[in-house]
Design a binder for this molecule. Structure first.
Ligand code: ZN
Length: 78
Protein backbone atom coordinates (compact mmCIF):
# COMPACT_ATOMS: atom_id res chain seq x y z
CA UNK A 1 0.00 0.00 0.00
CA UNK A 2 2.71 2.43 -0.93
CA UNK A 3 1.71 6.03 -1.17
CA UNK A 4 -1.41 5.88 0.95
CA UNK A 5 0.21 5.19 4.24
CA UNK A 6 0.02 8.23 6.41
CA UNK A 7 1.14 9.28 9.81
CA UNK A 8 -1.48 8.89 12.47
CA UNK A 9 -2.06 11.88 14.67
CA UNK A 10 -2.82 11.34 18.29
CA UNK A 11 -5.66 13.55 19.44
CA UNK A 12 -7.04 14.34 22.88
CA UNK A 13 -10.03 12.18 23.73
CA UNK A 14 -11.65 15.09 25.53
CA UNK A 15 -11.20 18.13 23.28
CA UNK A 16 -9.91 16.56 20.05
CA UNK A 17 -6.76 18.69 19.97
CA UNK A 18 -3.63 17.10 18.59
CA UNK A 19 -1.51 15.75 21.41
CA UNK A 20 1.99 17.06 21.17
CA UNK A 21 4.51 15.76 23.58
CA UNK A 22 8.14 16.77 23.67
CA UNK A 23 9.99 16.19 20.40
CA UNK A 24 11.76 13.09 21.68
CA UNK A 25 8.85 11.76 23.70
CA UNK A 26 8.27 8.07 23.43
CA UNK A 27 5.04 6.84 24.85
CA UNK A 28 4.36 3.28 25.77
CA UNK A 29 1.34 1.25 26.67
CA UNK A 30 0.01 2.29 30.05
CA UNK A 31 1.33 5.84 29.82
CA UNK A 32 -0.82 8.88 30.38
CA UNK A 33 -0.52 11.85 28.02
CA UNK A 34 -1.60 15.18 29.37
CA UNK A 35 -3.35 17.43 26.88
CA UNK A 36 -1.84 20.88 26.43
CA UNK A 37 -5.23 22.35 25.56
CA UNK A 38 -7.60 21.10 28.24
CA UNK A 39 -5.19 19.55 30.72
CA UNK A 40 -7.03 16.23 30.78
CA UNK A 41 -5.03 13.04 31.13
CA UNK A 42 -5.40 10.76 28.13
CA UNK A 43 -4.80 7.06 28.42
CA UNK A 44 -2.19 6.26 25.79
CA UNK A 45 -3.77 2.96 24.79
CA UNK A 46 -7.17 4.55 24.14
CA UNK A 47 -5.63 7.43 22.22
CA UNK A 48 -3.71 5.05 19.98
CA UNK A 49 -6.78 2.89 19.46
CA UNK A 50 -8.78 5.90 18.28
CA UNK A 51 -5.94 7.09 16.06
CA UNK A 52 -5.64 3.64 14.50
CA UNK A 53 -9.35 3.45 13.73
CA UNK A 54 -9.25 6.89 12.22
CA UNK A 55 -6.20 5.98 10.18
CA UNK A 56 -7.81 2.81 8.89
CA UNK A 57 -10.91 4.75 7.88
CA UNK A 58 -8.88 7.29 5.96
CA UNK A 59 -6.85 4.67 4.18
CA UNK A 60 -9.87 2.63 3.15
CA UNK A 61 -11.55 5.77 1.83
CA UNK A 62 -8.44 6.47 -0.19
CA UNK A 63 -8.45 2.94 -1.58
CA UNK A 64 -12.12 3.20 -2.51
CA UNK A 65 -11.48 6.47 -4.29
CA UNK A 66 -8.67 4.93 -6.30
CA UNK A 67 -10.71 1.84 -7.11
CA UNK A 68 -13.62 3.93 -8.31
CA UNK A 69 -11.31 5.92 -10.52
CA UNK A 70 -9.84 2.76 -12.03
CA UNK A 71 -13.21 1.14 -12.48
CA UNK A 72 -14.47 4.33 -14.01
CA UNK A 73 -11.71 4.20 -16.61
CA UNK A 74 -12.33 0.54 -17.21
CA UNK A 75 -15.99 0.97 -18.00
CA UNK A 76 -15.67 4.22 -19.82
CA UNK A 77 -17.57 4.11 -23.09
CA UNK A 78 -16.43 6.07 -26.06
ZN1 ZN B 1 -7.65 18.08 25.48
Amino acid sequence: MEGIERRVTLVCLFCNSPLQGPEDAEYASGDVIECNECGESNDYDSVVEVAKEKGVEEVSEEIQRQLKKELGNLFKTN
